[in-house]
Design a protein around this ligand. Sequence first.
Ligand SMILES: Nc1ncnc2c1ncn2[C@@H]1O[C@H](COP(=O)(O)OP(=O)(O)O)[C@@H](O)[C@H]1O
Ligand SMILES: [Mg+2]
Length: 183
Amino acid sequence: MSRSEAAAGGPSSQAADAVAAVALDLPTAAATRALGRRLGELAQPGDLLILSGELGAGKTTLVQGLGEGLGVRGRVSSPTFVIARHHPALGGGPGLLHVDAYRLDGLGQLDALDLDADLEDSVTAVEWGAGLAERLSAERLEVKLERPRGAQAGRAGTGEARRAELRGIGRRWRDLPAQLRAR
Ligand SMILES: Nc1ncnc2c1ncn2[C@@H]1O[C@H](COP(=O)(O)OP(=O)(O)O)[C@@H](O)[C@H]1O
Ligand SMILES: [Mg+2]
C-alpha cells in the first residue's frame, strides 16, 4: 500500500479547520473494507465521515468495514429506500449511523432526518454527503474514493483498483496519518 501524506503544521494545526491528508491505494474490495475496519477501530463517538465517489466507487464497501471495526449489529447494505439506518453497538463502543444521501433533495431533507440525537453517540458515515453533510460537524473526515484513470490502470474504469483520499478536518483527525501508518 503506497501512501503520500501531508499534515498541516504550524500554529494553524490547532485550529478546527486544520487538515490532515492521506492518500491510499486500495487494490481490491478487501483493501477498502480493511480501511473501513481500521477507521472503525480508531473511531470515537461523534465522529463524522463524509464519503464521496461515483456509483460503485466503494463507499458502501468501506462502511461495511467500518461496521465490522466498530462491532455493530446488522448487515451494512446499500439502502434502496431507507436513507438512514442505525446499527447499534454489540459491545460498549459507539453504534453506526449509516446515511445514504443519494436520494436526499438538499439540506431541508437532511435536517428533517433529525439526526442530532444519534450524532453525538454514534459514528456517522454519510454516502453522497459532500456538499451536504459538512454542516453536521465542524470536525469531520472526508473520504473520496476514485477509480484510477490512465495507462497504469488499463482502460479507464476497469479493474478493481481504487484510490482513497482522506482529509481529516479539525483537531480530532490530527493524528490520523500516524494512526493509519501504525498498522
Ligand atoms: N478496490 C475496491 N474497493 C471497493 N470496492 C471494490 C473494489 N474493487 C471492486 N469493488 C467492487 O465494487 C463495488 C463497490 O460497490 P459499493 O461499495 O456499493 O459502491 P458505492 O457505495 O460507492 O456505490 C462492490 O461490488 C465491490 O466488491
Ligand atoms: Mg453505496
